[in-house]
Design a protein around this ligand. Structure first.
Ligand code: GLN
Length: 488
């Protein structure tokens, strides 16, 4: 079996046709993980016991000739901010180095009941704060396409396992770009669903009004198949929406003739790498050739998105991370004499520099006297950014932009410059603030062979159109250079 070419669909078919058993597949994946991952660093924890138990269940159903569930035998990896019962879940933080959750996140439970096999937990920036995976409390991840470069972040490990072929699909989270940006850097597909589309129950919160869980895969269809299982109302998350879940995969491959595609001028200005521009323009050209109408649009508050995002996200993070106090979860500082000292030392020893920076910034933005000037102001600008999208979507069906201004940068290149790192999110944060869905799909390569991603944004709960549009770009690229899965 060629692990690097397996897709969700081809894995399930192979198991249904008894080309191999789920248990043999898990053996092969773990062999590859043991061989390839030490140099990449994408896995933090391997969940062998759980994976083999699930594989045996699938093999039994297949052996008895019973119908298989939709993701039967598909080996997946889960970002380490998502709770897995009895399997260590660290959020990439030393503070949670010993934390075994007592329950499963809803997405994990849904994927497993659909037959997916969880191979392990993936490395990420601590509490999902970062754009390069260098903020992991354990070790960075190397980009499998060029190991001197970052895989992006914060879901760097989840993107890297797809690029390395050490899982068939994976879960990430996106608060300001953390699925789309690493997907772009690693040359894989990553989907951020609409806010409320997928339950956040069991997700270790970073910024609750922005956090979304979404899938990574080799193909747009794989992302669609994963979303179908993950999406839908969950009584355990009051922000999950009561919106019907369509058969997303059925939309992949449907014609796009007559769709209006908005191209925002603000996303093609200064700071955009020339090769990224030409690859994305090439993708837009393919959409035009497929019958889409290309419509220039303006998202006029884009310039304010980074400060707005970094105020809202840090404010919410400062509140969410207050729960890590040495009492309830994770590590506790030793040799302390008072309660206050225990709080202080536990947090000092457990949190890394970026997390501390954000807690301080967020606490400041929420403090009496500054709340109106910073947090409230940021919320007002957030509304203006959302209105930009409302106005645009009155005229177009989807919006296409570059996912990132540059291809993957080198490890260490921006590590000491938080502002330069924050600017890497310039094209992803506006959609996060507006709560709309976004997909990153590979659209070409730089002259150095680095992947370039094209971002497709859609109306609230219109993932179907986003996937349809993304597939056209993927299909055009697959014709030019077959680097991804074989069923595109
Ligand atoms: N890179 C952004 C940040 O550091 C986004 C992170 C995310 O989406 N989780 O906040």
């Amino acid at each position: 079996m060629d692990l690097e070419c397996l897709t969700v669909e081809s894995t399930r078919t192979a198991i249904a046709e008894k080309q191999f058993t789920a248990s043999a597949l898990v053996d092969s994946f773990y062999e590859k993980v043991r061989h390839d991952d030490p140099d990449i660093g994408a896995y933090l924890t391997i969940s062998e016991e759980r994976a083999y138990a699930q594989a045996e269940r699938i093999d039994k159903v297949a052996g008895e000739g019973n119908p298989l569930p939709p993701l039967a035998g598909v080996p997946i990896a889960v970002k380490d901010v998502i709770s897995t019962k009895g399997v260590r879940t660290t959020a990439g933080s030393k503070l949670l180095a010993n934390y075994d959750p007592p329950y499963d996140a809803t997405v994990v439970a849904r994927l497993e009941s659909a037959g997916a096999i969880i191979l392990g937990k993936t490395n990420c920036d601590e509490f999902a704060m970062g754009s390069s995976n260098e903020n992991s409390g354990f070790h960075p991840v190397r980009n499998p396409r060029d190991r001197t470069r970052v895989p992006g972040g914060s879901s760097g490990g989840s993107a890297a396992v797809i690029a390395a072929g050490t899982a068939v699909a994976s879960l990430g989270t996106d608060t300001g770009g953390s699925i789309r940006q690493p997907a772009s850097f690693c040359g894989v597909v990553g989907l951020m669903p609409t806010y409320g589309r997928v339950s956040r129950y069991g997700l270790i919160a970073f910024a609750s009004s922005l956090d979304k869980i979404g899938p990574f895969g080799k193909t747009v269809k794989d992302a669609a198949l994963m979303l179908e299982v993950m999406a839908g109302r969950d009584s355990k998350d009051s922000t999950s929406a009561e919106v019907p879940v369509p058969a997303y995969a059925d939309f992949v491959g449907q014609p796009v003739t007559g769709l209006r595609i908005g191209v925002p001028t603000e996303y093609f200005g200064e700071g955009l790498d020339a090769e990224v521009r030409s690859a994305v323009e090439g993708g837009i050209q393919k959409l035009a050739e497929a019958g889409c109408e290309i419509v220039p649009i303006s998202l006029k508050h884009t310039a304010y998105a980074i400060p707005t995002y970094y105020l809202v996200a840090t404010a919410e993070a400062s509140s969410n991370l207050a729960r890590f106090d040495g009492v309830r979860y994770g590590i506790r500082a030793k040799g302390v004499k008072t309660l206050a000292e225990m709080y202080r030392r536990t947090r000092d020893e457990g949190f890394g520099a970026e997390v501390k920076r954000r807690i301080i910034l967020g606490t400041y933005a929420l403090s009496a006297g500054y709340y109106d000037a910073y947090y409230l102001k940021a919320q007002k600008v957030r509304t203006l950014i959302t209105r930009d999208y409302d106005e645009a979507f009155a005229k177009v069906d989807a919006i296409v932009t570059p996912t990132t201004p540059t291809p993957a940068f080198h490890l260490g290149e921006k590590a000491d410059d938080p502002l330069a790192m924050y600017l890497a999110d310039i094209f992803t944060v506006t959609a996060s603030l507006a709560g709309i869905p976004g997909l990153s799909v590979p659209c070409g390569k730089s002259s150095e062979g680095l992947p370039i991603g094209l971002q497709v944004l859609g109306k609230h709960f219109d993932e179907a159109t986003v996937l349809r549009v993304g597939h056209v770009v993927e299909h055009a690229l697959a014709g030019a250079q077959r680097t991804v899965g074989d069923d595109v």
